[in-house]
Design a protein around this ligand. Structure first.
Ligand SMILES: C[S@@+](CC[C@H](N)C(=O)[O-])C[C@H]1O[C@@H](n2cnc3c(N)ncnc32)[C@H](O)[C@@H]1O
Length: 185
């Protein structure tokens, strides 16, 4: 069962409030999100982990709303979660994905040994019948942090990133539709 999981935080990412805004507030470049929307053919409708200055959709949940406690149902979800409690966001995605219209989550790709990856991702990713696939991204993502001193190459963390895609519109959805309709190739 994918409930009741408590993420183990990296010490540098846990502050007095349980999360450090400086670490958690790493905005994705809008162009990157728009390129994914183009690829998937439809825009994301809800950014579930955001602040007004970094939201990637008109509709978004902030820390005050607590995206972990809100419904994601019926939405195309964009989620670049705060790094301080990744396990909670993974658990929420698994809980919500059947009623969403797809979830795309951006994660650091260098923590695959950690409990949240091993529990929520590794057993399920890229299996023929799984809704979850993982794409490891080339290079290092450029992020936006309002308070950071940025060099000419932008704010790039010293690790690669990956996308977790709970697929409601891609290959798995098409395969399920064809199987349900008895269509063979
Ligand atoms: C890594 S940033 C991503 C920002 C932006 N949505 C993007 O993709 O560029 C994570 C954001 O989630 C916000 N956040 C932290 N805890 C949250 C919660 N429980 N619910 C919703 N948002 C939260 C943080 O304030 C931060 O702005």
């Amino acid at each position: 069962m994918l409930v009741g999981f408590k993420a183990e935080n990296h010490p540098q990412q846990t502050g007095a409030r349980g999360a450090l805004d400086e670490v958690d507030d790493r905005g994705t470049e809008p162009e990157f999100v728009r390129s994914l929307e183009e690829r998937f053919g439809e825009p994301f409708t809800l950014d579930v982990a955001a602040a007004p200055h970094n939201a990637k959709c008109d509709r978004f949940y902030t820390r005050a709303d607590d995206g972990l406690k809100q419904s994601w149902s019926g939405e195309r979800i964009w989620c670049n979660p705060p790094y301080s409690n990744l396990g909670d966001w993974l658990a929420k995605a698994w809980q919500e994905w059947p009623t969403t219209r797809g979830i795309v989550m951006l994660l650091p790709a260098n923590r695959v040994e950690q409990k949240w990856w091993q529990e929520y991702v590794e057993p399920f990713r890229d299996r023929p019948e799984s809704p979850l696939r993982v794409e490891f991204l080339p290079g290092r993502m450029r992020f936006i942090r309002p308070s950071a001193v940025i060099g000419p190459k932008g704010d790039r963390p010293p690790f690669g990133c990956c996308l977790l895609i709970w697929d409601a519109w891609g290959a798995n959805a098409i395969a399920r539709f064809m199987a349900a309709e008895g269509i063979t190739t």
